[in-house]
Design a protein around this ligand. Structure first.
Ligand code: HEC
Length: 123
Protein backbone atom coordinates (compact mmCIF):
# COMPACT_ATOMS: atom_id res chain seq x y z
CA UNK A 1 0.00 0.00 0.00
CA UNK A 2 1.27 3.47 -0.85
CA UNK A 3 2.23 5.69 2.07
CA UNK A 4 -0.45 8.21 1.14
CA UNK A 5 -3.16 5.56 1.31
CA UNK A 6 -1.77 4.23 4.55
CA UNK A 7 -2.03 7.68 6.09
CA UNK A 8 -5.57 8.05 4.78
CA UNK A 9 -6.54 4.70 6.31
CA UNK A 10 -4.99 5.76 9.59
CA UNK A 11 -6.97 8.99 9.66
CA UNK A 12 -10.19 7.19 8.78
CA UNK A 13 -9.52 4.60 11.46
CA UNK A 14 -8.88 7.10 14.24
CA UNK A 15 -12.07 8.91 13.22
CA UNK A 16 -13.93 5.65 13.55
CA UNK A 17 -12.45 4.94 16.98
CA UNK A 18 -13.25 8.43 18.16
CA UNK A 19 -16.82 8.10 16.88
CA UNK A 20 -17.33 4.84 18.75
CA UNK A 21 -15.80 6.26 21.92
CA UNK A 22 -18.28 9.11 21.77
CA UNK A 23 -21.30 6.84 21.62
CA UNK A 24 -20.50 4.43 24.45
CA UNK A 25 -21.88 4.58 27.96
CA UNK A 26 -24.92 6.67 27.10
CA UNK A 27 -22.87 9.84 27.45
CA UNK A 28 -23.62 12.49 24.90
CA UNK A 29 -20.93 13.41 22.41
CA UNK A 30 -20.66 16.85 24.01
CA UNK A 31 -19.94 15.54 27.51
CA UNK A 32 -17.54 13.00 26.13
CA UNK A 33 -15.53 15.49 24.08
CA UNK A 34 -15.28 17.67 27.17
CA UNK A 35 -13.60 14.78 28.95
CA UNK A 36 -11.39 14.07 25.97
CA UNK A 37 -10.32 17.69 25.76
CA UNK A 38 -8.96 17.62 29.30
CA UNK A 39 -6.43 14.89 28.65
CA UNK A 40 -3.43 15.25 26.40
CA UNK A 41 -3.71 14.13 22.82
CA UNK A 42 -3.17 10.45 22.35
CA UNK A 43 -3.74 9.65 26.04
CA UNK A 44 -5.34 6.25 26.39
CA UNK A 45 -6.81 5.44 29.82
CA UNK A 46 -6.94 1.71 29.06
CA UNK A 47 -3.27 1.63 28.13
CA UNK A 48 -2.29 3.65 31.19
CA UNK A 49 -4.33 1.29 33.34
CA UNK A 50 -2.37 -1.68 31.98
CA UNK A 51 0.95 0.08 32.43
CA UNK A 52 0.46 1.58 35.89
CA UNK A 53 -2.48 0.07 37.70
CA UNK A 54 -2.99 -3.50 36.50
CA UNK A 55 -0.15 -5.00 38.55
CA UNK A 56 -2.25 -4.43 41.68
CA UNK A 57 -5.76 -3.93 40.35
CA UNK A 58 -5.93 -7.08 38.19
CA UNK A 59 -4.82 -9.49 40.90
CA UNK A 60 -6.23 -7.69 43.92
CA UNK A 61 -2.73 -7.50 45.43
CA UNK A 62 -2.75 -6.05 48.95
CA UNK A 63 -6.55 -5.83 48.82
CA UNK A 64 -6.72 -3.63 45.73
CA UNK A 65 -10.22 -3.58 44.21
CA UNK A 66 -10.08 -5.66 41.02
CA UNK A 67 -10.93 -4.42 37.54
CA UNK A 68 -14.24 -5.80 36.33
CA UNK A 69 -15.33 -6.82 39.83
CA UNK A 70 -18.54 -4.99 40.69
CA UNK A 71 -18.47 -6.16 44.31
CA UNK A 72 -15.02 -4.71 44.80
CA UNK A 73 -15.89 -1.39 43.17
CA UNK A 74 -19.48 -0.62 44.10
CA UNK A 75 -18.66 0.24 47.73
CA UNK A 76 -15.81 2.43 46.50
CA UNK A 77 -18.03 4.11 43.94
CA UNK A 78 -20.52 5.02 46.69
CA UNK A 79 -17.91 7.31 48.23
CA UNK A 80 -18.31 9.52 45.19
CA UNK A 81 -16.11 10.23 42.25
CA UNK A 82 -14.33 13.19 43.84
CA UNK A 83 -13.13 11.04 46.73
CA UNK A 84 -11.89 8.35 44.38
CA UNK A 85 -10.10 10.94 42.27
CA UNK A 86 -8.45 12.48 45.34
CA UNK A 87 -7.39 9.13 46.73
CA UNK A 88 -5.87 8.24 43.38
CA UNK A 89 -3.97 11.51 43.07
CA UNK A 90 -2.76 11.62 46.68
CA UNK A 91 -2.61 7.92 47.45
CA UNK A 92 -4.72 6.09 50.00
CA UNK A 93 -4.15 4.20 53.27
CA UNK A 94 -0.39 4.08 52.68
CA UNK A 95 -0.93 1.20 50.29
CA UNK A 96 -2.51 2.67 47.17
CA UNK A 97 0.48 4.69 45.89
CA UNK A 98 0.12 8.39 44.96
CA UNK A 99 -0.83 8.76 41.27
CA UNK A 100 -1.08 4.95 41.13
CA UNK A 101 2.60 5.18 40.23
CA UNK A 102 1.88 6.95 36.94
CA UNK A 103 4.15 9.88 37.63
CA UNK A 104 3.86 11.28 34.12
CA UNK A 105 0.04 11.39 34.40
CA UNK A 106 -1.70 14.70 34.98
CA UNK A 107 -4.57 14.86 37.48
CA UNK A 108 -7.08 14.90 34.62
CA UNK A 109 -5.46 11.86 33.06
CA UNK A 110 -5.63 10.00 36.36
CA UNK A 111 -9.32 10.92 36.62
CA UNK A 112 -9.84 9.49 33.13
CA UNK A 113 -8.21 6.23 34.26
CA UNK A 114 -10.52 6.07 37.30
CA UNK A 115 -13.48 6.67 34.97
CA UNK A 116 -12.22 3.83 32.79
CA UNK A 117 -11.92 1.47 35.78
CA UNK A 118 -15.44 2.27 36.96
CA UNK A 119 -16.90 1.89 33.47
CA UNK A 120 -15.26 -1.55 33.21
CA UNK A 121 -16.34 -2.58 36.69
CA UNK A 122 -19.66 -1.23 37.90
CA UNK A 123 -21.62 0.29 35.04
C1 HEC B 1 1.13 -0.95 44.30
C2 HEC B 1 -0.23 -1.38 44.04
C3 HEC B 1 -1.19 -0.39 43.38
C4 HEC B 1 -1.04 0.31 42.21
C5 HEC B 1 0.14 0.30 41.26
C6 HEC B 1 -2.28 1.05 42.01
N1 HEC B 1 -3.14 0.81 43.05
FE1 HEC B 1 -4.98 1.66 43.30
N2 HEC B 1 -5.18 0.67 45.09
C7 HEC B 1 -4.27 -0.23 45.61
C8 HEC B 1 -4.78 -0.78 46.86
C9 HEC B 1 -4.11 -1.82 47.73
C10 HEC B 1 -6.03 -0.14 47.08
C11 HEC B 1 -6.99 -0.36 48.27
C12 HEC B 1 -6.53 0.52 49.41
C13 HEC B 1 -7.42 0.36 50.63
O1 HEC B 1 -8.65 0.31 50.49
O2 HEC B 1 -6.88 0.32 51.73
C14 HEC B 1 -6.25 0.76 45.95
C15 HEC B 1 -7.37 1.58 45.80
C16 HEC B 1 -7.63 2.34 44.68
C17 HEC B 1 -8.82 3.13 44.50
C18 HEC B 1 -9.98 3.26 45.50
C19 HEC B 1 -9.69 4.38 46.45
C20 HEC B 1 -10.80 4.52 47.48
O3 HEC B 1 -11.06 5.65 47.90
O4 HEC B 1 -11.41 3.51 47.88
C21 HEC B 1 -8.72 3.74 43.28
C22 HEC B 1 -9.73 4.67 42.64
C23 HEC B 1 -7.46 3.32 42.70
N3 HEC B 1 -6.82 2.48 43.60
C24 HEC B 1 -7.01 3.73 41.47
C25 HEC B 1 -5.77 3.38 40.93
C26 HEC B 1 -5.29 3.82 39.66
C27 HEC B 1 -6.08 4.71 38.71
C28 HEC B 1 -4.04 3.30 39.49
C29 HEC B 1 -3.11 3.48 38.32
C30 HEC B 1 -2.93 4.80 37.77
C31 HEC B 1 -3.74 2.51 40.68
N4 HEC B 1 -4.81 2.59 41.52
C32 HEC B 1 -2.53 1.85 40.91
C33 HEC B 1 -3.05 -0.59 45.07
C34 HEC B 1 -2.52 -0.07 43.90
Amino acid sequence: MKLKNLVKTGVALSGLILASVMTVGGVSADQQSLTLAQVSEGFDPARTYVQSCSACHNSGAAGAPRLGNADDWSARAEKGLETLYENTINGYNNIMPPKGMCFTCSDDELKAVVDYILAESVE
